[in-house]
Design a protein around this ligand. Structure first.
Ligand SMILES: NC(=O)C1=CN([C@@H]2O[C@H](COP(=O)(O)OP(=O)(O)OC[C@H]3O[C@@H](n4cnc5c(N)ncnc54)[C@H](OP(=O)(O)O)[C@@H]3O)[C@@H](O)[C@H]2O)C=CC1
Ligand SMILES: O=C1OC[C@@H](O)[C@H](O)[C@H]1O
Length: 419
């Protein structure tokens, strides 16, 4: 099992490199970003229909060095130059969140397809302007998608298929980065660049709640933020917890942190030590009464099902789906619990069960995402997983609602929006 884990993880970053097709899709990267190698450069090596054809970076020397390291043939010194290049078909945008709107809108105006990093934009005003952009309604409109990669992995879709959304009573999602992993002056902690914990791990936790419940929340009931320490951006949250009420009455909770510390023994010594926790999402269903011929008179047998996905964020490295059924035998009249036991089962899904859907155990969530992006552009059938613009607008509405409830400012809109 451990050998399988090592093999898969090696192959994720060293995938087979099939020959490229003739009508290859040429992707240009805006920014020599840290995430692009994982999110598109390595996945593209393994995709026969895609090449990374160019990168644009503000600093020419950085652009050249990045291009050399990743075998990217062309470097531009301005983002606009790359967007204007007629031979480029699609743009991958991994810029600070606050620049997403401007460069995605400019890419659409230039007729390019857009793979846009999460969170799509800074707030729901920008999301509405971008995903209802006039260029998206014309015939032959470009494709744009918010790159919430985890959603494309079979583990996440298998997890969702095990849920019965109308009968969920509570759902929880957490995502935390160990203290020190993100520097306190990183773009993620810069309010003007639309940073904040709810914009980063929060965007995953919020997406998973919306997916588990299969609905948008009616209200953010409560939200509490931990702000950056003195000396850093005082408009930026480093951690947030929030509660939501969904239309079926379910309570949804998120717990996100970009700087998690402590939680160990001897807290007075260990309180600043980085903490490591696995991103997890979990849904608990309404209890159901089941027939049981072993019951005495006045007894009932009920089951409460909870389904949990461990490591929903990067499931390709490792994940586990736990299905837990808590059984209770109770007195019908007094509701006193007489006996309880729990039955558990686990599942993994590195590939689709359906052989018609493409994928390999070594495909990362980013590789699965690239597959669907290309399928959509080329009009091919795919796995059926997609994130449309209205979905991304709703996602930003929910993020805005958290900031509002926490008494914080919405992330600022781009000046480009007002032009
Ligand atoms: N899907 C995923 O798993 C992940 C997604 N992300 C998302 O990707 C985006 C980029 O993240 P990441 O790659 O970590 O970021 P980086 O810190 O690598 O920054 C990305 C690029 O932003 C450009 N940039 C433009 N303006 C500024 C500015 N004012 N300050 C700093 N950088 C600037 C730089 O481009 P240049 O080269 O031109 O200087 C830089 O290369 C974010 O939206 C983030 O949420 C991030 C990590 C994981
Ligand atoms: O999107 C992301 O996913 C992985 C995290 O480590 C990173 O901070 C974030 O931006």
């Amino acid at each position: 099992m451990f050998i399988g884990f090592l093999r898969r993880n090696w192959a994720i970053s060293h995938p087979p490199q099939p020959a490229k097709e003739d009508q290859v899709l040429k992707i240009g990267l805006l920014g020599a970003s840290k995430i692009a190698p994982t999110a598109v450069i390595e996945p593209a090596l393994n995709h026969p229909s895609v090449v990374i054809a160019a990168v644009a970076a503000r600093d020419p020397a950085k652009g050249q060095e990045y291009a050399k390291k990743h075998n990217i043939p062309v470097v531009y010194n301005s983002y606009q130059e790359l967007i204007d290049e007629p031979t480029i078909d699609a743009i991958y945008i991994a810029l600070p969140n606050g620049l997403h709107y401007e460069w995605a809108a400019k890419s659409l105006q230039a007729g390019k397809h857009v793979l846009l990093e999460k969170p799509s934009v800074s707030n729901s005003i920008e999301a509405t302007a971008l995903f209802r952009h006039p260029s998206l309604t014309r015939s032959n409109a470009p494709v744009i998608i918010e790159a919430v990669h985890s959603r494309f992995h079979p583990a996440f879709q298998t997890f969702i298929s095990l849920l019965d959304p109308p009968n969920i009573v509570s759902a929880h999602s957490s995502a935390k980065a160990p203290g020190g992993y993100v520097a306190l002056d990183d773009i993620r902690f810069n309010y003007d660049l639309a940073g904040g914990s709810c914009m980063d791990p929060g965007s995953y936790a919020i997406m998973t709640l919306r997916q588990m419940l299969g609905a948008e929340p009616e209200e953010c009931l409560e939200a509490n933020a931990r702000m950056l320490p003195q000396g850093y951006d005082q408009n930026c949250d480093q951690a947030i917890t929030a509660k939501f009420r969904f239309p079926n009455g379910a309570l949804g909770k998120i717990d996100v942190d970009l700087n998690e510390v402590g939680g160990y023994w001897l807290p007075w010594i260990t309180m600043h030590w980085p903490a490591i926790s696995i991103p997890a999402c979990s849904a608990t269903h309404r209890e159901v009464t089941v027939p049981d011929d072993k019951l005495a008179v006045e007894e009932e047998h009920v089951i409460v099902k909870t389904v949990t996905l461990l490591n929903y964020l990067l499931p390709h490295h490792w994940h586990r789906i736990d299905i837990s059924e808590k059984h209770m035998v109770r007195n019908i009249r007094t509701k006193e619990t007489l006996r309880t036991w729990t039955v558990t089962a686990s599942k993994k899904a590195y590939k689709w069960d359906d052989p018609k859907k493409k994928g390999e155990a070594y495909w990362s969530s980013y590789r699965y995402q690239l597959e669907e992006f290309v399928n959509k552009i080329k009009g091919r059938d795919g796995s059926g997983v997609w994130i449309d613009g209205e979905d991304s607008i709703n996602q930003m509405r929910m993020i805005d609602s958290v900031y509002q409830k926490a008494g914080l400012l919405h992330r600022p809109s781009s000046k480009y929006l007002e032009l």
